[in-house]
Design a protein around this ligand. Structure first.
Ligand code: FE2
Length: 504
């Protein structure tokens, strides 16, 4: 039992098993001369144990051996190592194992023993090339696996700082560095006079280490500027890597700065880092777009709210103008609104419904703004044409209020406040319950306040006369339930009259 170990300074590790010590010696000379790290065994069992515990790149194996043949050795090794590259040495072509066995055991090649080792060296060289390719593929596959598996976390819609924090562990593992920072422009501040950056750093660049971006050395700032201008990564000999983050690969978004990386000259890892950087860029873009859209939405909401307030103010002015045009109708809308709400309370309406009644009462006659003073303020009897003109005010009011969605529910109430239960009202001649409940309430409140006010053509009625008129109209003109409820309320008229004047 003999074991010879000759180690080269560099290169790949080759292990050989042959029960002839002469072969092991020759191999060690030839392979060492060619720069390989060589270990030889004459005992297959001992060799298997060594392969189990140490890393080798290539195994050169004798086929006919004692106590076990080469194919059995391979079988045992394949139980725990699928990666080892195996070359089989045979005494003579006829003594080689069948091709099926070679394929089955994942043996990469075989050659006949000879005193000259040219053929074997060629096989070893091609084996090394194959190992390099295999490793490149594996590095890519593992790296891409890591990138893909981190994608859901990074692509979640979240603030840019969070995206960067979640991406950093991958950057650390690709670069083998712990001193890293990411700096990106804050898109919400892009149009401000002073642009602001989002900065996330680890290691010596972390805020825990009292680091602030304004402490960056001028040389680093210069390098960053260069990367941002050229949009090309910078790899320095001292292990510094600066990668550009971009908007759709064109416009600079920021950079990833990695210090003291030890990637051991691996182009694959650098490529993976670039792929991952693009992924971070894409995710940041998503987040930024979302923030910008949100900000614009907020601005739009504010603008809409201002517009709405202005429009409501305008309508408020309009309806006050309507009331004020006629000395006899001053305060009419406010009182109608008040009565309607009081009726609503007796009918146990909800707060929201009472609010709807209140607003409907206030604006019920806003459409009169479109009717000329000659008709509206006429002292004498109206002609049919003039009356037709008056009858347009519920629809005109609905039209004025239709510009704002706020008044959506108010519009039908206002549209029908002059309908009658018997269908003889206007503008549509609706009957009974075809008329919205709130319009029916408004109708009673409106009529009562008109009766209780002086008009151009008549003096105001007394309370008793007004109640009588309501009773007369109950059924054909007014909803009888609403009238009876309202009359009940009027037993306390003095209080109501006082409140209606003072509550608006
Ligand atoms: Fe009216």
């Amino acid at each position: 039992m003999r074991k010879r170990i000759i180690r080269a300074q560099t290169g790949y590790r080759i292990v050989a098993i042959d029960d002839e010590i002469g072969i092991i010696d020759s191999l060690s000379v030839v392979l060492r001369k060619n720069g390989y790290d060589f270990t030889g065994f004459t005992d297959p069992i001992e060799a298997i144990e060594s392969i189990r515990q140490e890393h080798y790149d290539i195994l050169i194996l004798d086929y006919l051996m004692n106590p076990i043949h080469g194919d059995k050795v391979v079988e045992k090794i394949r139980e725990f190592n699928r990666d080892l590259y195996i070359l089989l040495l045979t005494g003579h072509k006829d003594l080689a194992p069948p091709l099926e066995t070679i394929k089955e055991l994942d043996i990469q090649g075989y050659c006949e023993k000879s005193d000259k080792f040219e053929q074997l060296l060629l096989l070893v060289e091609s084996g090394i090339k194959s190992i390099v390719h295999e490793r490149t593929i594996r590095t890519f596959r593992n790296g891409l696996d890591r990138i893909v598996s981190s994608a859901p976390e990074i692509y979640q819609l979240q603030p840019p700082q969070e995206i960067i924090r979640r991406a950093l562990p991958q950057v650390i593992s690709f670069s083998n560095s712990n001193d890293i920072f990411v700096m990106v422009d804050d898109p919400l501040k892009l149009f401000d006079d002073e642009k602001e950056s989002i900065f996330v750093g680890i290691g010596k660049y972390s805020s825990e280490n009292n680091f602030f971006p304004d402490k960056l050395e001028p040389a680093i700032i210069e390098d960053i500027f260069k990367v941002r201008t050229t949009m090309q990564p910078v790899y320095k000999k001292d292990g510094t890597i600066i990668l550009p983050l971009s908007i759709e690969y064109k416009e600079s978004l920021g950079i990833i700065y990695i210090e003291n990386s030890s990637i051991e000259g691996s182009d694959e890892i650098l490529k993976l880092l670039e792929i991952f950087t693009n992924q971070i860029s894409a995710s940041l873009n998503n987040s930024f777009l979302h923030s910008v859209v949100n900000k614009k939405n907020e601005e739009l909401n504010i603008a809409y709210e201002q517009l709405r307030t202005r429009y409501v103010d305008t309508i408020e002015v309009l309806r006050k103008a309507v009331d004020a045009r006629d000395i006899y109708t001053r305060g009419h809308s406010d009182r109608v609104s008040y009565y309607a709400v009081e009726i609503g309370k007796i009918l146990n309406l909800s707060d929201a419904e009472l609010e709807l009644l209140r607003v409907s009462g206030i604006f019920h006659d806003v459409g009169k703004i479109g009717i000329s003073d000659d008709i509206l303020l006429k002292a004498g009897k109206l002609t049919d044409e003039e009356y037709d003109e008056i009858k347009k005010h519920p629809l005109k009011g609905a039209q004025i209020l239709s510009a704002l969605s706020t008044f959506k529910e108010v519009i039908p109430i206002i549209k029908h406040h002059h309908e009658r239960i018997d269908g003889k009202g206007y503008p549509f001649g609706l009957k009974g319950e075809e008329i919205p409940l709130y319009s029916r309430i408004l109708s009673v409140a409106d009529a009562f306040d008109a009766m209780m006010s002086d008009r151009h053509y008549r003096k105001k009625l007394t309370l008793d006369q007004a109640i009588e008129q309501l009773i007369t109209g109950s059924g054909p003109q007014f909803d009888s339930i609403i009238v009876s409820k309202f009359i009940g309320l009027l037993s306390n008229y003095d209080k109501i009259a006082f409140e209606s004047e003072s509550s608006y």
